[in-house]
Write a protein that binds this ligand. Structure first.
Ligand code: DQA
Length: 146
């Protein structure tokens, strides 16, 4: 099986970016932990972060021909704006879990709408970096059940 972890804008700054909201764990820490879990289950983990909407869309489109089975995605700021990234996920029809480090429901009203949640297998928010591992665990479960 193959899982893609996809991260939107500013998540390359994890560790230093607004640690009160996003914690002190870096994106490479998160990828290391995910990689260890995936490897233990014989699953290949691909990772991609971009600050550019079009690059994220291109990565989702490519996932279809790479036989990616599951996507763990934090669309970051694009959560609340991007019809186009949502459409890309619908086009490839790969199941995904939406992850947010912070509890978006406890923050500004504009963060409470997501263009991704209604099509997600599930949504995790507010659990910090652990949310990515929880999402990956769910993906591994799904892959095991096939
Ligand atoms: C975020 C929440 C978004 O509202 C914000 O724009 C982000 C990160 C999170 O992980 O909590 O960039 O997706």
């Amino acid at each position: 099986g193959r899982v893609l972890a996809l991260h939107g804008p500013n998540l390359n700054l994890l560790g230093t970016r607004e640690p009160g909201h996003y914690g002190l764990t870096t994106l490479s820490d998160i990828h290391r932990a995910m990689e260890a879990r995936a490897q233990a289950e014989g699953v290949v983990l691909e990772t991609f972060q971009s600050n550019h909407e079009g690059q994220l869309i291109d990565r989702v489109q490519a996932a279809a021909s790479e036989e990616i089975d599951f996507i763990v995605i934090n669309p970051a700021g694009y959560t609340h704006t991007s019809v186009a990234l949502r459409d890309a996920l619908a086009a490839v029809d790969i199941p995904y879990v939406e992850v947010h480090l912070s509890n978006i429901h406890a923050r500004e009203p504009f963060r409470q709408h997501s263009y991704f949640s209604d099509r997600a297998a599930g949504v995790i928010c507010g659990l910090g970096a652990y949310g990515y591992l929880a999402a990956l665990e769910f993906a591994l479960l799904r892959l095991r059940d096939r």
